[in-house]
Each structure stands twice: as structure tokens, then as C-alpha cells.
Design a protein around this ligand. Structure first.
Ligand code: SAM
Ligand code: SF4
Length: 385
């Protein structure tokens, strides 16, 4: 089978936040004093130059500024980066360009600046509209500020935006989780990400779990009820935690979950690139710490590590991503993106079908409700021996 280069995305990591949230294990650092944005944009462009030979001639389908808190970066820096990037890479017409936004960083004029720089989609870290929950999560904004931030963005012309909500929060009841969704719907987002709070190792919450986190049954109940509300309000679930109005799925995340390619630039960013010339798939990640990254960007010393994904691991990785999707994957897509033949996964596929974890209809494999509940077991079938 031939590995065909899939669609290409660009991920840009901005590693600073106003304050570190106690549940968060993202590569984010409390920014003290003046942040070195001008130097960071230089570093990002040098980093991009360094990675460019991996993607000569290919077109970028989506760009995603993630963090950390990208909305800490004033629009002129986003503008300079995007101008630099588009002079080095071809952007597809209508390319989706998303910026993650913490409502606590919203100010007048900012959103106009982002729009003029080329940002056409925003993703707000709302988490909850309950002020008690927000406080317990250590957030820097309250619910009124969150709503005001979204309205500022709407006034600036943004109609395509996501709201991140978390559920199973300390001292949260089912009624509170449902109320969060009602407040979200009122703002008419095109997309809602609905994450269960997880206690990530090496976070304050993992070390000292807060009181009143709902147990497994309570969390499951919340998820089920919220799924119904989301569907009734016109948000179709297309991934474990992602819900969208028709046609408003996040192109960037979809490409990632479909085992597409992405360049990762910025501190700690991860990339995955299919190399046609030697039929391999390369993973590469950058130095995590902003100060070290700033000093080394654009040189091989800025590479935290890289590896080729051996063929025997590709089926597992492919499943780990695509089985998060409600619509699963096609067998033709499996062959194109892994370079493996469908016969290589025949026994595992048969086992999963027999367990009613997956369905197969002509070329398409979808996880069932049961399969989505036991994703780890399903994906585990495809682990190399
Ligand atoms: C990089 S952050 C988004 C933007 C911005 N940093 C913010 O928090 O406002 C991505 C999202 O991941 C979710 N998240 C982070 N840590 C989580 C955790 N431990 N459990 C569940 N969701 C989490 C939050 O909803 C958060 O908005
Ligand atoms: S603002 Fe977002 S990235 Fe920063 S610490 Fe909080 S959740 Fe993590």
C-alpha cells in the first residue's frame, strides 16, 4: 500500500497564561511582567522555516493557535506571524484559522484586530457559567465577563466560535451542568466542546483533589443528560467531547482525529508529517520550556525529539484517533493514511464486530455506543503484539 500525504494543518502553541489553573496539564506557564511576544514571533517563523522542507509544495487547510492563552498575544503579533506564514506556505481558500481565547483577556478592539489579522474562528475557554464553580477552578474571570467577552467578539463580526465547557466539577449538580448548557446556547455558538473534568497527574487538583467531585455514576448521568440537551439544541456530537451545528465541525481538530498531518510550531508543539519520498510518518516535537525554545528556535537544538512511526504501530495510532469520531473511518482511508492493507487488521476488526464495539457498512467502520464507552478496549485490540 502507498502512503498518500493527507490534508495538512498548522498548529501554533502560545505557552503563557495569566495564572495557571489547578486542573491544567497543558504546556502553559504563568507569564510574569512583559511577555517577549516580538521575539516569540521571530522564533515561530524561524521554527516554521526549519520545518518547511518537510512539507514543500503542500497546502495548509487549517491553522490553530492553541495554548496556553493565545489571546494574551496582541493582534499585531498574530498579524505579523500570519503574514510571515502565508508568505512561506500556501493557505487553502477559506482556510479555517482559530484562536483560543480566555475570556479574562478580552478587551475592546482586540477582536477587531484578530479579525483583520485573518482569524476567522474563536474558541473560548468558558468552563462554566456558575461563579462558584469558576472560583473553585481558579479561573481569572466570572460568568458575566465570559458573556461580555463573547458579545464583544460577536460585535466584531465573529459568528463562528466554540465554547469550551467542563462538567463533573467540584460541587456541581446535574441541574447546574444543565444550566451551564442553557447559558451557552443563549450565546449561539456554532460549536461546543463538553469535557469531563479529569484529574491530570502533576496538577494541583491531582495532588489535592477538591471536595465534591461527582462520582462515576454522577458524571455519567451528567454526560447522558447533557448529550440530550445538546442534540435538542441542534448540536450534533461528532467526537467524544465535540458537538457542532451542521457544517460547523472544527476542520482543524477533524483533520487531527482523521490521522491527517500537522506541523507543530512553538514551545512544546507536536507535529506529525507523512513523507512521501521514503514512505514514512515522522513525529517531531519542540522544546517545552518557553525560555529554552526562544533561545534555540530555528535550529535542530530546538527539537525536543523526533521519531518515525514504525508500520506495526500505525494501526493502533490510527484507531486511537479515528475511533473518537462518531463517523469512525473508511477502510480506504485506513490504507491511504497508514500504508497498511486492510487485511492486516482483519482479525482485530472481526473481534470488535463480534463484541458489538464496531459496525461495518460497505467501506465504513463506526464505533457503536458500547464501543465508544469502551474505547480503550477497542483500541487495545490494535496494539502491536
Ligand atoms: C488550552 S485550554 C483553552 C484556552 C484557554 N487556555 C482557557 O483555558 O481559557 C483547552 C481546554 O481544555 C479543557 N481542559 C483543560 N484541562 C482539563 C482537564 N483537566 N479536564 C478536562 N478538560 C480540561 C478546558 O475546557 C480548556 O478550555
Ligand atoms: S488558562 Fe487554559 S491553558 Fe492556561 S492554565 Fe488555565 S486551562 Fe490551562
Amino acid at each position: 500500500m502507498t502512503l498518500a500525504p493527507p490534508p495538512l494543518s498548522l498548529y501554533v502553541h502560545i505557552p503563557w497564561c495569566v495564572r495557571k489553573c489547578p486542573y491544567c496539564d497543558f504546556n502553559s506557564h504563568e507569564g510574569r511582567g512583559e511577555l517577549p511576544f516580538a521575539a516569540y514571533v521571530d522564533a515561530l517563523l524561524a521554527d516554521l522555516d526549519f520545518d518547511l522542507p518537510l512539507v514543500w509544495g503542500r497546502t495548509v487547510q487549517s491553522v490553530f493557535f492553541g495554548g496556553g492563552t493565545p489571546s494574551l498575544m496582541p493582534p499585531e503579533f498574530i498579524d505579523r506571524f500570519l503574514q510571515g506564514a502565508s508568505s512561506r506556505l500556501r493557505f487553502a481558500p477559506g482556510c479555517e484559522i482559530t484562536l483560543e481565547t480566555n475570556p479574562g483577556t478580552a478587551e475592546h478592539g482586540r477582536f477587531e484586530g484578530y479579525r483583520d489579522a485573518g482569524i476567522n474562528r474563536l474558541s473560548f475557554g468558558i468552563q462554566s457559567f456558575d461563579d462558584g464553580c469558576l472560583q473553585r477552578l481558579g479561573r481569572i474571570h466570572d460568568s458575566a465577563e465570559a458573556e461580555a467577552a463573547v458579545k464583544l467578539a460577536q460585535d466584531a463580526g465573529f459568528d463562528n466560535f466554540n465554547l469550551d465547557l467542563m462538567y463533573a466539577l467540584p460541587q456541581q449538580t446535574l441541574a447546574m451542568a444543565e444550566h451551564d448548557l442553557e447559558r451557552a446556547f443563549a450565546l449561539q455558538p456554532t460549536h461546543i466542546s463538553h469535557y469531563q473534568l479529569t484529574l491530570e497527574p502533576n496538577t494541583v487538583f491531582a495532588a489535592r483533589p477538591p471536595a465534591g467531585i461527582p462520582d462515576d455514576d454522577g458524571s455519567w448521568d451528567m454526560q447522558e443528560h447533557c448529550q440530550v440537551l445538546l442534540a435538542q439544541a441542534g448540536y450534533r456530537q461528532y467526537e467524544v467531547s465535540a458537538y457542532a451545528q451542521a457544517g460547523r465541525e472544527c476542520a482543524h481538530n477533524l483533520n487531527y482525529w482523521k490521522y491527517g498531518d500537522y506541523l507543530g510550531i512553538g514551545a512544546g508543539a507536536h507535529g506529525k508529517i507523512t513523507l512521501g519520498h521514503d514512505q514514512s510518518i515522522l513525529r517531531r516535537w519542540k522544546l517545552k520550556h518557553p525560555t529554552r525554545y526562544l533561545a534555540e528556535a530555528g535550529r535542530d537544538r530546538a527539537i525536543g525529539g523526533d521519531e518515525r512511526i514504525p508500520p506495526e504501530r500505525r494501526a493502533f495510532e490510527f484507531m486511537l484517533n479515528t475511533l473518537r469520531l462518531v463517523d469512525g473511518f473508511s477502510l480506504t482511508g485506513f490504507e491511504a493514511r497508514t500504508g497498511l492493507s486492510r487485511t492486516a487488521i482483519e482479525p482485530q476488526l472481526q473481534a470488535a464486530l463480534a463484541n458489538h464495539w464496531l459496525t461495518l457498512e460497505s467501506d465504513r467502520v463506526r464505533p457503536t455506543e458500547l464501543g465508544r464507552r469502551f474505547t480503550n478496549d477497542v483500541v487495545g485490540l490494535f496494539l502491536e503484539e
